[in-house]
Design a binder for this molecule. Structure first.
Ligand code: ZN
Length: 187
């Protein structure tokens, strides 16, 4: 089955259970029978390039689909009630047992996240940060491995998602290359 957008799976109104015509299964869903209107905006996710003192950043190897076996900066979806900064600190604690300081916005990128036959539109927010301590320890349920890499030596094609490859290119461009970075072209 092709992965449909979330609202393309809605065949009945969630409030009155009237059938929804195929032509209204998009954002926002509007039920002709009862007037129910439902907006489904992009899911928001966060990820961070966390630097240690020698200028290397932490990347994980993903332990699950999508992107199984590919590289990614640690991160995940924002929960209701969290700011992006709260979410990225929580994800680093959960995935790699690492504390972050100096969390700074890098860029946003569009992503598609296919999961169980649904193709979720996602807005990825990328940050740079300082890693506090270097004794990171991956959660085996989520992370198949991790390594500290020189950002300019990384190949964007190794990243799990096109959005991560695009964010890596922004990082490598030096326009915002992290807490202690030298501008592009000067090193
Ligand atoms: Zn309805």
């Amino acid at each position: 089955m092709n992965a449909l957008r979330p609202l393309e799976h809605f065949r009945y109104c969630p409030r009155c259970a009237a059938a929804l015509a195929a032509g209204v299964r998009h954002n926002p869903i509007e039920c002709a029978a009862c007037g129910f209107v439902y907006y489904l905006n992009p899911t928001v996710a966060v990820a961070a390039f966390a630097f240690r003192d020698d200028g290397r950043v932490l990347v994980i190897r993903r332990a699950k689909e999508p992107g199984l076996g590919k590289l990614a900066p640690p991160g995940g979806f924002i929960d209701s009630g969290e700011t992006a900064e709260m979410a990225i600190r929580r994800e680093f604690r959960e995935e790699v047992r690492l504390t972050l300081e100096d969390v700074v916005f890098l860029c946003s990128q569009l992503n598609d996240y296919p999961y169980r036959g649904v193709n979720y539109p996602v807005l990825d927010l990328f940050f740079t940060a300082k890693a506090v301590g270097t004794d990171a320890e991956p959660d085996p349920d989520e992370v198949a491995g991790m390594e500290w890499v020189e950002p300019r030596a990384m190949n964007p094609s190794e990243m799990a998602f096109p959005s991560m490859a695009a964010a890596l290119r922004v990082l490598q461009s030096g326009r915002n290359a992290g807490p202690d970075a030298t501008p592009a072209g000067s090193g």
